[in-house]
Design a protein around this ligand. Structure first.
Ligand code: ATP
Length: 238
C-alpha cells in the first residue's frame, strides 16, 4: 500500500493524572472512511484533539509524511486541510447560517473565490440555503450538525474529522447525516469518523478501530467488525 494520509503512532495523552490515551496507533489512507468507535470516555475526542494539535501528547502524528505538532501548530494543521467538526457542533450562534459558512473559509487565501464551495454546500444541504439568513443558534439540532459539517467543507478539507455527528439526533436525522457522509466519501473526501453509534458508523466505514479506555482493542473492515461476536456483544446490543 502507498503511504497513509494520516499516521498515528504510539500516541499517549493524559489530563493531569487521568490517562486518556495509551499508545494508540492507526492509519487513514486517502479516500477512506475510517471510524473509531468506543463507549463514553474511551478517549475518542481526546484522540481527535491530539491530531488537531489542541492537546499535548507523546508519540507521533504525521499527515502526508510530515510530522505534526512542534512547529506545526493547530493553525498549521488546519492550513494543511485537517479539519475537525467538534462534538456539540460549536457553531457561532449569533451569526447567520451564511456567516457561519463564510467563517469556515477563513483559512483560505485572501481573494480566493469561495462561491463554488458555497454552492456545493448549499446543494448538499438545501435546508441550509433555505435558512441562510437565520441565526445559527435558532437552528434545530440536526440543522446545526449540517451547518457544522458545511462550515468544515468550506475549507476544502483533505481529512475531515467528525466527532459524533449523530449525537442527540432523532433516528431519521441520523440516517440523513450518514447519507451525507456517504455522499462526501463518494465525492472523494477522506473521513475519520468518531462515533458511539457503532452500528451506523461501521456500516459506512471502510475500516474501523475499537477504542476501549484509551487503547485500540480491535481493528478490521467495517463489515468484519459488524460481524464480530465480541463487537456485537459490547457495542451492538447483543
Ligand atoms: P464521549 O463519547 O463520552 O465523548 P470519548 O471517547 O470522546 O467520550 P474523551 O472525551 O476523549 O472520551 O475522554 C477520555 C477520558 O479523559 C475520560 O475519562 C474523560 O473523563 C477524560 N477527560 C476528557 N477531557 C478531560 C478534561 N478536560 N479534564 C480531565 N479529564 C478529561
Amino acid at each position: 500500500m502507498s503511504e497513509p494520509l494520516l499516521k498515528v503512532e504510539n500516541v499517549a495523552a493524559s489530563y493531569g493524572s487521568i490517562v486518556a490515551l495509551k499508545s494508540v496507533s492507526l492509519e487513514v489512507y486517502e479516500g477512506e472512511i475510517v471510524t473509531i468507535v468506543g463507549a463514553n470516555g474511551a478517549g475518542k475526542t481526546t484522540l481527535l484533539s491530539c491530531i488537531s494539535g489542541l492537546m499535548p501528547y507523546k508519540g507521533s502524528i504525521a499527515f502526508k509524511g510530515e510530522k505534526l505538532g512542534g512547529k506545526i501548530d493547530s493553525a498549521g494543521i488546519v492550513e494543511r486541510g485537517v479539519i475537525q467538526v467538534p462534538e456539540g457542533r460549536q457553531i457561532f450562534s449569533d451569526m447567520t447560517v451564511h456567516e457561519n459558512l463564510l467563517m469556515g473559509a477563513y483559512s483560505r487565501k485572501k481573494g480566493d473565490n469561495i462561491q463554488p464551495e458555497l454552492d456545493e454546500v448549499y446543494e448538499l444541504f438545501p435546508r441550509l440555503e433555505e435558512r441562510n439568513w437565520q441565526s445559527a443558534g435558532t437552528l434545530s439540532g440536526g440543522e446545526q450538525q449540517m451547518l457544522a459539517m458545511g462550515r468544515a467543507l468550506m475549507s476544502r478539507p483533505k481529512l475531515l474529522m467528525l466527532d459524533e455527528p449523530s449525537m442527540g439526533l432523532a433516528p431519521i436525522l441520523v440516517e440523513q447525516i450518514f447519507e451525507i457522509i456517504r455522499t462526501l466519501h463518494k465525492a472523494g473526501t477522506t473521513i475519520l469518523l468518531v462515533e458511539q453509534n457503532a452500528q451506523a458508523a461501521l456500516s459506512i466505514a471502510d475500516r474501523g478501530y475499537v477504542l476501549e479506555t484509551g487503547k485500540i482493542v480491535t481493528t478490521g473492515t467495517g463489515a468484519e467488525l459488524l460481524a464480530s461476536p465480541a463487537i456485537k456483544k459490547a457495542y451492538l446490543g447483543g
